[in-house]
Design a protein around this ligand. Structure first.
Ligand SMILES: [Zn+2]
Length: 240
C-alpha cells in the first residue's frame, strides 16, 4: 500500500501491519463535532481497506488515561464513543482508533499485531501518556517497545510554541534524551514526543515525525491561530 496524500485531504501512511491516516483541514470538514469527525475517519479507513469499518473515539481531556478495546465480535460500522481517555489501544481488526487535534499531536503506534492512537498535548506528554501506552502494549499484548513503530503527526511547531518554565520543567522530568526538544523559552513538542518514544525503547529509525506546524499552515485547524472555536483534524490508525 503506497503512502498517499492529495485531494482527499488525508495522508495515509502504512506502518507495521497497520495504516495510519492523518486528515488535514480539507479532510476534516466536520469542524468540532466529535462524532462526525469519527464517522469521517471510519469512512476514510473503510475506503482505504475496501470494506466497512467501525471507529472508536473518546472525550479527550489531556490525561494519561488509556482505553483498550477487545471484543468477541466486530462492532457495527460507524463511530462509537468509549468514554474519557487520551489514548486508544486495540488488537482488533476492522476497528479504527480516532483522535482529534488542533495543535496537540496525534501519535500513531503500531507493532506486534496491536495499534494505538494518542492525543498528546504538553499536559498529556508531561503526564507521560506515551509511557502509559507503551506500558499497556507490553502488559496487555506482550508487545515490547522494540517491536513498535510510531508516527508523530502535525501539531503546533516550535515557531509558534513559546512556553513558560512550568512546561519545560514538567517535560524535563521525563527521559527524552538527545531529542533537541528544548530551546530558549520554546518547546518542540514533536521532537519531545519522538525523544520520549526513543527513551521508552523504540528504535529511533522507526519513529517518524511528519513535518509542519498547524499554526503556520492554513491547511490545518489551529486553536492558537483561530481561537477555541477552531475546527479539529482527525487522525486514525487501523490494523490491516
Ligand atoms: Zn508555526
Amino acid at each position: 500500500m503506497a503512502e498517499t496524500a492529495g485531494g482527499s485531504g488525508v495522508l495515509a501512511v502504512p506502518t507495521d501491519g497497520a495504516l495510519a491516516l492523518f486528515a488535514d483541514r480539507d479532510g476534516a470538514a466536520a469542524g468540532l463535532d466529535e462524532r462526525a469527525l469519527a464517522e469521517a475517519a471510519a469512512a476514510a479507513a473503510g475506503r482505504a481497506l475496501g470494506r466497512p469499518v467501525a471507529s472508536l473515539y473518546a472525550r479527550q481531556e489531556h490525561t494519561r488515561l488509556t482505553y483498550t478495546f477487545s471484543a468477541a465480535a466486530e462492532l457495527e460500522p460507524g463511530a462509537h464513543l468509549v468514554g474519557t481517555c487520551d489514548a486508544l489501544i486495540t488488537a482488533e481488526p476492522a476497528t479504527a482508533l480516532v483522535v482529534r487535534t488542533a495543535d496537540c499531536l496525534p501519535v500513531a503506534i503500531a507493532g506486534g499485531g496491536a495499534v494505538a492512537m494518542v492525543h498528546a498535548g504538553w499536559r498529556g506528554l508531561a503526564a507521560d501518556i506515551l509511557g502509559a501506552v507503551v506500558g499497556r502494549l507490553r502488559a496487555e499484548f506482550g508487545v515490547g517497545p522494540g517491536a513498535l513503530a510510531a508516527i508523530v503527526g502535525v501539531g503546533v511547531g516550535p515557531c509558534h510554541y513559546r512556553v513558560g518554565p512550568e512546561v519545560t520543567g514538567a517535560l524535563a522530568r521525563l527521559d527524552a534524551s538527545g531529542a533537541g526538544w528544548r530551546g530558549d523559552g520554546v518547546v518542540d513538542l514533536a521532537a519531545f514526543a519522538a525523544g520520549r518514544l526513543t527513551g521508552l525503547g523504540l528504535d529511533p529509525a522507526r519513529v517518524r515525525v511528519l513535518p509542519g506546524c498547524t499554526a503556520c499552515s492554513p491547511a490545518y485547524h489551529s486553536v492558537r491561530r483561530d481561537g477555541p472555536a477552531a475546527g479539529r483534524q482527525w487522525s486514525a490508525i487501523i490494523l490491516t
